[in-house]
Design a protein around this ligand. Sequence first.
Ligand SMILES: [Zn+2]
Length: 264
Amino acid sequence: MDRHQEQMMKRSCDTVAMKSVRTKTAGAPARIGAFFNSPAIHALKLQLCEMGRRLWARAYVEGNGGNMAVRVGENLALCTPTLVSKGFMKPEDICLVDFEGRQLAGVKKRTMEILMHLQIMRRQPRALATVHCHPPHATAFAVAGLEPPGCLLPEFEIFIGKVPIAPYRTPGTPEMGRLVAGLAEDHNTILMANHGVVSWSHLGLEDAYFKMEIIEAYCRTVVIARQLGVPLRTFTPAQLRELLAIKRRHGIPDPRLASVKPKI
Ligand SMILES: [Zn+2]
């Protein structure tokens, strides 16, 4: 599915979701059921399964770890189930929750880390989708308490940029979600200390997943480059400014953009 299709899908989901939400979910289980089984939602369930397969194939998740969510209305999200390998999910495993984390539909129990995803979506209205996983090289930085260094590769600067570290809290607690969500305003990818990585995207689920490929490849490259025994070469301030200008055009957040003047 390309980005245009994804945005079309998002709009159609929103239309169905808004109608469902306005009827008050508790009083309208049939409407929720129809929404949950609609073709637009089924396509998103398939996409969640596909992204789960990619996360597992790249060893970004292990056991039943990792979780994802997709916003499908002003107060609704699809999410992955708990205790299921992300590499082997089926569409019927996917859950529907409201923004309080209450499960509205789905036979499997929702991920226990859903609160973090929902808190990001509440705090960052542009977040259409969120992905959380444990890619080893990026997680190594999270375990060491080191933010990945900047100014080394263009793609990382444009699509991600500065990556903060949220302090460690027990996974699934509201406090963990609050600390991560507080960083989501200025950053689309956040390291969770002694845990893993979470990303959000304003374009959709596949783009949130791409952040994981980008940060993991970047952290791996940094670890390897540091073993070569010479200081790493970084971008000059002028080179960085040009990358940030591209970033601004893509509408990707970065606290450093405040100092880059938009082109008139
Ligand atoms: Zn985790």
